[in-house]
Write a protein that binds this ligand. Structure first.
Ligand code: A2P
Length: 325
C-alpha cells in the first residue's frame, strides 16, 4: 500500500510531496524537511518555477545520507511550450540540470495543450503567455499532435534519461488514442482528484489499462482559495462526515481524505510547507477506512474541478481554453 506497482514493476510511493506553489525561498528547506520526514516521492515541474531550489534540497538530503538516490522517486513535467519533438529533450535536460539529477523516475506531459515555443533565454519557465506584455496577453497555441510529443518522450526512456513517462490532465478519450500508438506504455496519469472530484470512471479505466493514477490537490479547495479559484464553502476538509470519520479513527480530516485517496489504489501528492502537516500527510498507513466509509466519502462527489484551463485561462489570459469537455 505504501507503493504502487507500475506496469514495469517500478514502485511509485503512494504519498508524495506536491511542489506546485512552494515559493522559491522555501523550496529547498521544504524538500529537505520532507525527505527527513520520510517522503520518498517528489512531484516537480518546470512550470512550478522552483526546480533549482528543489534541486538544492534534494542534494542536501542526499549528501546527508537521509536516503539514497534510488530510494527517491522524482517526477517532473514537460511544459506546454516544449511539445515539438526538437524541444522535448532540451526541456528535460534543463530540468535535470536544475534538479541536479542525471535521470528522472517519471516525466509527464503537463497538459494536452501545445503552446508556441519560447526559448530558454527569453523566459524560463515561460508559463502561459507567449510574450510577457500587456499588448500580447493571450495564450498562443502551436499545432503539435500529442503523438509527436509522446514519441520524443519515448526516446528519453530509450536513452536512459527517464525511467517512466506519462501524462497529466487527460481524459479517457485521449488516453485511448495514446494507447493506440504508444510503444512505451504510459506509467502514470496525473489529474486533480479529491472527494468533490472522485473521477470513478477515469480511475477504473486506468486500473484496467495498467496506468497508475496520481491525484493532485488531493485535499481539495485549500490551495485554490488564495488563488481566487475556490470559495471558502468549497473545502471538503470541513465536511461533517469527514470530521466524524476522522474522530472515530483518531485521525485528522486531512488524513481521512488522503487515506480515501490512496485506499482505492491511487497515489496522492499533497503540498505543504509546514513540517507538522508534512508529517501528518504521510501518516496515513496505520488505519483502514471501512467499505461503508469509503462509499460515503465517494458520495460527496460534486464533479467539482478547481484547476480548469477552461475557466482560469479565460480569466487570467483572456483565452478560452477548455480541455475536459
Ligand atoms: P500549507 O502549505 O500552508 O500547509 P495542493 O492542493 O497543491 O496539494 O495544496 C494543499 C493545500 O492544503 C495547501 O494550501 C496546504 O497549505 C494545505 N494543507 C496541506 N496539508 C494540510 C493538512 N494536513 N491540513 C490542512 N491543510 C493542509
Amino acid at each position: 500500500m505504501e507503493n504502487l506497482s507500475l506496469y514495469n514493476h517500478d514502485r511509485l510511493p503512494t504519498v508524495g510531496l506536491g511542489l506546485w506553489k512552494i515559493p522559491k525561498p522555501d523550496a529547498a528547506e521544504t524538500v529537505h524537511d520532507a525527505i527527513k520526514a520520510g517522503y520518498r516521492h517528489l512531484d516537480s515541474a518546470c512550470d512550478y518555477g522552483n526546480e533549482t531550489e528543489v534541486g538544492h534540497g534534494i542534494k542536501r538530503a542526499l549528501s546527508q545520507d537521509l536516503c539514497k538516490r534510488d530510494e527517491l522517486w522524482v517526477t517532473s513535467k514537460l511544459w506546454n511550450t516544449y511539445h515539438k519533438k526538437e524541444h522535448v529533450r532540451p526541456a528535460l535536460e534543463r530540468t535535470l540540470k536544475d534538479l541536479q539529477l542525471d535521470q528522472l523516475d517519471l516525466y509527464l506531459i503537463h497538459f494536452p495543450i501545445a503552446q508556441k515555443f519560447v526559448p530558454f533565454e527569453v523566459r524560463y519557465p515561460p508559463e502561459w503567455l507567449y510574450e510577457n506584455s500587456k499588448e500580447s496577453s493571450q495564450i498562443q497555441f502551436a499545432n503539435v499532435p500529442i503523438q509527436e510529443t509522446w514519441t520524443a518522450m519515448e526516446q528519453l526512456v530509450r536513452e536512459g534519461l527517464v525511467r517512466n513517462i506519462g501524462i497529466c490532465n487527460f481524459g479517457t478519450t485521449m488516453l485511448r488514442d495514446l494507447l493506440t500508438y504508444a510503444e512505451i506504455h504510459p506509467s502514470v496519469l496525473q489529474v486533480e482528484r479529491h472527494p468533490y472530484l472522485v473521477q470513478a470512471k477515469l480511475l477504473r479505466f486506468c486500473q484496467e489499462a495498467n496506468i497508475a493514477l496520481t491525484g493532485f490537490s488531493p485535499l481539495g479547495a485549500g490551495s485554490y482559495l488564495e488563488l481566487g479559484m475556490a470559495e471558502p464553502g468549497d473545502s471538503v476538509l470541513n465536511e461533517t462526515l469527514i470530521g466524524e470519520i476522522a474522530g472515530s479513527h483518531g485521525k485528522t480530516p486531512a488524513q481521512v481524505i488522503l487515506r480515501w485517496g490512496i485506499q482505492q489504489g491511487a497515489s496522492v501528492i499533497p503540498k505543504s510547507t509546514k513540517v507538522e502537516r508534512l508529517r501528518e500527510n504521510l501518516d496515513v498507513f496505520d488505519f483502514v477506512l471501512t467499505d461503508l466509509e469509503m462509499a460515503s466519502i465517494s458520495k460527496l462527489d460534486r464533479n467539482q474541478r478547481f484547476n480548469d484551463p477552461g475557466v482560469f485561462a479565460e480569466k487570467a489570459f483572456n483565452t478560452f481554453c477548455p480541455i475536459y469537455e
